[in-house]
Structures are given as C-alpha cells and as structure tokens.
Design a protein around this ligand. Structure first.
Ligand code: ARG
Length: 573
C-alpha cells in the first residue's frame, strides 16, 4: 500500500476510536503545501472538532495518541490549530518506488469504490462546423473521461449532438431549393452553413420565408418521409466530418444519442411535471418556477413554449431521466462554456424536484473563452470564427516547421509524425493548463515552446529519459534488491512521484486537469535538478541501478500523465 493511503487508513481508524460517531470517509490526507512541514497533512480534525465544540489541538493530540504509523513515517506532529503533519521515512519511500518498479502500481491505487460516471461533452450542432469553443469541451471532457477510467471507474461518454431544433426548418427550405450537390460533395458542412445563412437572412426580412421554414419544421416533426430523409442525411454528413476531427484528437464516444433521440419523451415529461404541480401554465407557456430558491426566483425554466414547442431544457430533463434509467450513474458531468451556467442551474433544480429521491451527483463543468492576442474573442484575420479543423492543421504545420528546422536530417515521414504528436499535444495542453474557468490568450509561440510549461517541453523530457536507456544500453529487469536514496534531489523526485495518484484523484474530484499539468511540469523540473546533480550511467553499480529506477519511473509517470491529458509521447524527438 502507498504511504499516503496507509496513513489515511490508520488515521481514519484512530479517529474512529476517539470519535466513534464521526464520518471518517471525509478524513483525508493531502500533500503538504509547504514541504518544510512534512510530506502529507490532514486538516480534517479541525472540522470534526468544530462540529463537536471540542478543542482542535486537544482532539489532534488524542488522535495522535491512538495513531501508529511508525512503520512508514517519522513521528507525526500537531501543527497550528489542529493540523497533523506526516513525513514519510526514506525506507518507506524506497519501498513504494520498488513496488512501482516491479510493476505493482504506478503510484495510484485502483478505486476502492468504482462509480459509474456519464461524461457529456463536445456536443456540437449538426450542419455547423465545430469551432474553437467546441475544442475546450472536447479536450476537457476527454481528459476527465480518461482520468476517471484510469482510476477504475465505469465511464460512459455521450456526445449530446444538437441534431434537433428550429434551424432545421430553414435548412430544409434552402436545401430543397438551392442545394449545390457538388459543393456538398467537397465540404458538406460548409455547404450546409451557406444554406443556413441564406435562409436565415431571408427569414429576417420575409414573413413568407419564415412561414415556409416553420411549415418544413412542422412536417419534419410530424414524420414526413422526405424531410426525415434530408434531415438524416444532414446528420450523417455532419457526423462524418466530426468523426475525422475526433479521430485526429483520439477522442471516442460510447454513445452519440443527440437531442432528437429524446423527442418522443418530451410531451409525457411536460405532462407529468404539470400533473404533479411542478410546472404550471404562464401566459400560455409551461414553466417551472423556483420561488423557494433565491438564486433562481427570477429565472423560471420554460419547458414548453406557447406554440407547443419544447426547448433545450425539456430535452435535457428527458436526457437526464433516460441516463438514470439506462445506466444508473452515480455522477453525470456536463462540459460546456460559461454561458450555459444558468441553464444547468435551472436544469438541476427542476430535476431535483421531479426526482427528489435520485442520489446522482450532477456537475456542470464550465470553462471560459479562448482569446486572441488582442484579448478579444479568438477570430481569424478576416474576423470569422476559427474552425477547429483549421486549428489542428495549423498546429501540425507549425510543429512541422519547427521540427524540420531543429532536425533536418530526420526522414520526412518521421518529421510529420513528430509534428503531429507535438502540434496536437501543444494545442491540447495549452487548453488544459489554465484554470478552466478563466479566459486564456491563444498563442502559438507560447504553446509550442520547448521551454516552459508546455506539452513539447514534457514530451521532450520524456524522450530525453528514454535516450538515457538507449545510451546506456540498459534493458530488462530494473528492480534492484534495495533502492538507495540519499541526495536531496533524489528524495525530492521520489516524494513527488509518490503524489501522482493524489493529483489524479484531485483532478477527477474537482474536474481540473490543470492540477495534473502543473504536477507534471514540476516533475520534469525535479527530474532536471536530479539529473544535473546525480550522475546516472557513470556512477557505481548501486546508485546507478537506483537512479535508473528513478529515471524509468519518471518517464512512466510523465507518459501516463500526458496520456490522461490525451497527449501522446515519442521515444525520440
Ligand atoms: N449542443 C450544445 C452547444 O453546442 C451543447 C450541449 C451540451 N450538453 C447538454 N446536455 N446540454 O452549445
């Protein structure tokens, strides 16, 4: 068992003896923010003391008296107003590293209680191209799905495609009248966007055009065969283009149900909410009011418009119910931009009334915008929204130029492969590194830099470690009988490796990949310090073997960590 886990388990047992009624699941051990005070820390006793009106220092002392961690820690200390600090013994560090070297773990335990988690992300709209806004949902959502999967949870990814709605009325009229079949062949989404723009402009000025679009929509919703066939084609064409992007990004979905899938469930849903008095009529529409929720008092949720049409909220309520019935999730995560916060507050509040018994955890994981270097929303030079496909092309192209400059001797195909891995890695990392709730400024130069907190820097660190093994012709069994850890840089690196699992858990708990980015960046820094101070290949057999283990484990954690972020690594760069 890993030291942090062991400490946590013993601590929970000690708390249980002192406070038999306490909920010890909340007694957690975290890395110490200041390494001078120790490796791990718990602040849980303060909360427990406060709730019972006990003196926190006294409670900490009582727990300490029942706590036996002598086999892995220096004697723990009470600090401040009831913190407990732990320092792991060097021998325990070495044991944990050795177990990792033997392949028993990579510093994270499998989930003790696996949960079922639905991740709803990407979710672009049919007949429109994915733009930079969708990049964040796609990349962020994918990394959350990956970390949860790695930790042993059952993850279900669902692409909630916008494939239903009023835009199809306009699209259908324009399609029937003006479709350019050749243009559809070359770039289907571009052609559909052209049709949509044309129809939307017409509808603005002509009531007749608006009425025609409305009629096409009614026909589609009533199941008219011709309209259904065109609509299906629009979905298939859009999905084919989305899939190319997902494939390039290495993103996969277990399901792509889309909004249309829930259409048959909407009428009965609204009926049920009305029958149960949870929704009521207001000016001809049907609405859920939240009179008892101050934040939402002024924001009732519309679930059926006066003309009988259902909306985004209605569909999302039906989606939630379907997911509960079908997969029995413990948690559902929605990844969208910040502008949808009110929508999800309303959705969750309405859902809790409708299904008060449901224990599912609902999380809206929202993110800020991508800005251009002028601090305004990121646009192309001609002022249009940037398309995701173009962004991926440019990332690879820029990386290709950089690789060719640095490594002109490399074969063309190899340079292309390095450029793909580095370019896409840089783009993803730049998106995951900032606190997701703040806007960030998009900068090619920054994200592609080989120095700094970037994917290329981490990918390069990984390749550099691999090259040590090639150079030393080291292979096979790396696990020496005993690990020697002596130099401060060795210890600092070892301690950091041990925290990988805690960082993964924190990322999954708070939906924040930036925790992992910063952890990996720091790992690479600690590795550099170690490598500068501690010769590896040239040292005596004992330290050489130990240091090779440190090298190998660092490379493995870097690689696994980047893989969680959806970023590939290379043996050679
Ligand atoms: N299609 C929506 C958009 O592009 C995102 C859907 C998010 N998921 C959801 N269940 N509402 O804004």
């Amino acid at each position: 068992m890993l030291p942090a886990q062991l400490i946590e388990q013993r601590l929970q047992a000690a708390v249980k003896t002192v406070l038999p009624d306490a909920d010890t699941a909340a007694v957690l051990v975290r890395p110490c923010p200041d390494p001078r005070f120790g490796d791990y820390q718990t602040n849980a006793l303060m909360g427990l003391a406060r709730a019972r009106k006990l003196n926190p220092r006294q409670l900490a002392a009582d727990v300490l008296a029942r706590l036996d961690v002598a086999d892995c820690c220096e004697p723990p200390e009470v600090a401040g107003a009831g913190f407990l600090n732990f320092r792991v013994q060097t021998a325990a560090l070495a044991r944990a590293l050795q177990a990792a070297a033997r392949g028993e773990h990579l510093f994270f335990p499998p989930a003790a209680a696996p949960r079922t988690v639905v991740v709803d992300f990407s979710s672009p709209n049919v007949a429109k191209s994915m733009h930079v806004g969708h990049i964040r949902s796609t990349i962020l959502g994918d990394s959350l799905a990956r970390v949860l999967r790695l930790l042993g949870h059952r993850v279900i990814t669902d692409n909630h495609l916008g494939d239903w709605g009023t835009q199809f009325g306009m699209l259908l009229t324009a399609w029937k009248r003006d479709l350019n079949a050749a243009a559809l062949q070359t770039d289907a989404i571009a052609e559909m966007e052209r049709l949509y723009k044309q129809a939307a402009a017409e509808c603005k000025t002509s009531p007749a055009a608006l009425e025609a679009a409305r009629r096409e929509l009614v026909r589609l919703q009533a199941g008219d065969a011709e309209n259904l066939a065109i609509w299906r084609r629009m979905i298939a064409l859009s999905r084919a283009q989305f899939d190319i992007i997902y494939q390039r990004l290495g993103v996969r979905f277990d399901h792509t149900l889309g909004e249309s899938f829930y259409h048959p469930r909407l009428q009965p849903l609204v009926q049920e909410l009305c029958d149960r008095g949870l929704a009521r009529e207001s000016e001809g529409a049907r609405v859920v009011f939240f009179d008892d929720l101050p934040a939402l008092q002024a924001h009732p949720a519309l679930i059926q418009k006066r003309d009988g049409a259902f909306n985004y909220t209605t569909t999302d309520l039906a989606t939630l119910a379907y997911r509960l019935e079908t997969w029995q999730p413990d948690e559902i995560i929605y990844v969208t931009d910040a502008r949808q916060q009110l929508h999800f507050q309303q959705l969750f509040a309405a859902f809790r009334r409708w299904r008060p018994e449901a224990a599912v955890r609902l999380a809206h994981v929202w993110f800020g915008s991508i800005l251009g270097e002028d601090n305004k929303p990121f646009k192309t030079r001609s002022g249009e929204t940037v398309k995701l496909a173009d962004l991926l092309d440019e990332a690879e192209e820029r990386a290709y130029r950089a690789v060719s400059e640095k490594n002109p001797a490399l074969a063309e195909a190899d340079r292309r492969e390095v450029a793909r891995v580095v370019g896409l890695g840089a783009l993803k990392y730049a998106d995951l590194l900032p606190n997701r709730q703040s806007d960030y400024v998009f900068s090619w130069d920054k994200m592609l830099a080989l120095n700094g907190n970037t994917a290329p820097y981490l990918q390069y660190a990984c390749a550099r470690i691999r090259s040590i093994f090639r150079k030393g012709d080291v292979g096979g069994d790396l696990a020496p009988a005993a690990l020697e850890l002596g130099a401060p840089e060795e210890l600092a690196l070892a301690r950091h490796l041990l925290n990988f699992g805690l960082v993964l858990a924190a990322m999954a708990e708070e939906y924040r990949p930036n925790f992992l980015c910063n952890y990996l960046y720091e790992l690479a820094g600690r590795f550099t310090a170690f490598y500068e101070h501690c010769p590896v290949l040239k040292s005596a057999p004992g330290p050489r073997a130990s240091r090779l283990v440190l090298c190998d484990l660092t490379a493995r954690v870097l690689q696994q960590g980047l893989a969680v972020l959806g970023i590939e690594t290379l043996e050679q760069m």
